[in-house]
Design a protein around this ligand. Structure first.
Ligand code: SIN
Ligand code: CO
Length: 406
C-alpha cells in the first residue's frame, strides 16, 4: 500500500517540487460540513449549482503538494497535467516525474482517486457520506499554479469543488447544449459560455455543480483543490451489466413464442414486438436478477483499488489474537460495501462480489454496521469477531486484500 511514509521516502518523492504556502496539519484532521446537508439535499442536490462559502470552517488540507506529486509519479495512480495554452488546453497523461518543464504558471496537476492511495484523506471523504456510498466516485485532488485550469467543460456527474490553500475563480453556465470547442468532437472541452455564476473560492469554500452544467476554473493564487465526485449509472451501463450477469449465470434463456403470425411474410406485428419487450421486462422484474445486478454493479469502483496484499492468509484464530492485542480492522480506501433494501437474500455486495450471510444468523443491524463502518476497533471489533460468521467475514475481507490490520 502507498502509505504516506512510502510516498515521502520512496523513489517517487520530489522534495519542494510543488511550492505552496501549505498550512495543513499532518495530524488526522476532522471535517464537519458547516452547512445544512438536509436542506442541501432537498433544494440543490441534482438540481442547481450552489456556492457554499465557509462550507468547512478552518479547513486544513489533508495532503501536502509534495505528497500529491509523490502519488502522481506512481504508475497505478491516474494523474495528468493540463497546460493552459493560448485559447487551448493540452493534456499530458501521468505518471509525472519531472515538473521542471512546466514553470511557475499556467499548469495544473490532477490526481484521481486519491482516497484509494492516501488514507489521511478518509475523514474528508467521510464528511460527504450524507450522500450514499454507491453514488460516490472518487476524490480528485488538484494542484494548480496561477492561470492553471482544465478549460470550459461539462461533467456527467455531480461534483463538489472544495477549495484548499490558494484561490480559484469559477464560472458556471446554464444547463444546455454546448458545441465542442473548435468543432473538435474528440475534445471534452466546449466553447465559452455565458456564466450564471462567477465566484472566487478560498480555503473552505465549496461549489456544487450538478451534471450537465458547463463550468471552468481559473487559478488566481497557487492552489490545492478537492473534487468530490458522484456518479449514477446510465441506461447503457445498466443494460450492459444485466447482459453480463445473464451471460455469467447462463440465465435469460427463455425464448419468445407466439401462436398467431402476421398475414404478410415481411411483417413483425405490434403484438410480437410487445411480446419480445415483455420477455425483457420479465427479467427486469425478477429480484434474483435485478437485485444481484444492482448490488454487484453499484459496489464496483471505476478506479483501481490499492489492495492490501497479505504475506499469508489469516485464520480466524490469528485475527482474534491480533484484535485482542489491540489491532483494528481497516477497510481499504475506496472499497464499497453495499446493502439493498428489501433484499431477498442476506448478503453484502463488496466490490462487485457477493458475501453471503444466508446461513449465518447475523442480524440486519450487524450487517448495517459491517457495511457502514470503515474501521472496527477495541471492544466492538472483539465482540464482532467472536461472532463466528462475522469473524469469518473479516478474515475473508483481509485475505481478499479489502482490509488490513492497523
Ligand atoms: C478542476 O479542478 O479544475 C477540475 C475539476 C472539475 O472541473 O470538475
Ligand atoms: Co468539471
Amino acid at each position: 500500500m502507498l502509505f504516506p511514509e512510502y510516498v515521502i521516502y520512496g523513489l517517487c518523492y520530489f522534495r519542494h517540487i510543488l511550492p505552496l504556502n501549505y498550512s495543513g496539519l499532518m495530524s488526522y484532521a476532522m471535517y464537519t460540513p458547516d452547512f445544512d446537508t438536509l436542506e442541501f439535499l432537498a433544494h440543490h442536490w441534482q438540481k442547481q449549482p450552489l456556492v457554499i462559502k465557509g462550507a468547512f470552517a478552518h479547513f486544513q488540507d489533508p495532503i501536502a503538494p509534495d505528497e500529491l506529486a509523490g502519488l502522481a509519479c506512481e504508475e497505478e495512480v491516474a494523474s495528468r497535467i493540463v497546460l493552459t495554452k493560448k485559447d487551448n488546453w493540452e493534456i499530458i497523461q501521468g505518471p509525472i516525474e519531472d515538473y521542471s518543464p512546466f514553470g511557475d504558471a499556467n499548469w495544473q496537476l490532477l490526481v484521481q482517486a486519491v482516497n484509494h492511495w492516501y488514507p489521511d484523506v478518509e475523514p474528508l471523504v467521510s464528511a460527504f457520506r450524507f450522500i450514499p456510498d454507491w453514488r460516490f466516485d472518487d476524490l480528485m485532488v488538484s494542484y494548480a499554479t496561477p492561470g492553471g485550469g482544465v478549460g470550459p467543460h461539462i461533467d456527467n456527474y455531480d461534483v463538489f469543488l472544495l477549495q484548499g490553500e490558494g484561490r480559484r475563480r469559477w464560472k458556471v453556465g446554464a444547463k444546455g447544449q454546448y458545441s465542442p470547442r473548435g468543432g473538435d468532437t474528440h475534445t471534452a472541452l466546449i466553447d465559452d459560455f455565458e456564466p450564471i455564476l462567477d465566484v472566487v473560492l478560498e480555503a473552505g469554500d465549496m461549489l456544487y455543480i450538478p451534471p450537465g452544467f458547463p463550468h471552468r476554473g481559473e487559478t488566481l493564487e497557487t492552489a490545492l483543490s478537492y473534487s468530490i465526485g458522484f456518479r449514477a449509472p446510465s441506461q447503457q451501463e445498466l443494460f450492459s451489466s444485466i447482459a453480463d450477469h445473464l451471460i455469467d449465470t447462463n440465465g435469460g434463456n427463455k425464448r419468445f413464442t407466439s401462436n398467431q403470425e402476421p398475414a404478410s411474410p415481411s411483417l413483425l406485428s405490434i403484438e410480437q414486438q410487445e411480446g419480445m419487450l415483455a420477455l425483457v421486462s420479465e427479467i427486469l422484474s425478477q429480484p434474483e436478477h435485478y437485485q444481484t445486478v444492482l448490488g454487484q454493479t453499484l459496489s464496483q469502483n471505476r478506479f483501481e483499488l490499492d489492495l492490501a496484499e497479505q504475506e499469508d492468509n489469516y485464520t480466524l484464530e490469528e485475527l482474534l489474537e491480533a484484535v485482542e492485542d489491540g489491532a483494528s480492522i481497516q477497510r481499504i480506501g475506496g472499497l464499497k460495501v453495499i446493502r439493498l433494501e428489501g433484499d431477498k437474500l442476506v448478503r453484502l455486495f463488496i466490490n462487485g462480489e457477493i458475501y453471503d450471510f444466508n446461513e449465518a444468523n447475523a442480524s440486519n443491524e450487524e450487517l448495517m454496521l459491517l457495511a457502514d463502518q470503515f474501521s472496527f476497533e477495541g471492544e466492538q471489533a472483539l465482540s464482532l469477531c467472536q461472532h463466528e460468521a462475522i469473524g469469518q467475514y473479516f478474515v475473508w475481507l483481509l485475505n481478499s486484500g479489502y482490509a488490513y490490520l492497523a
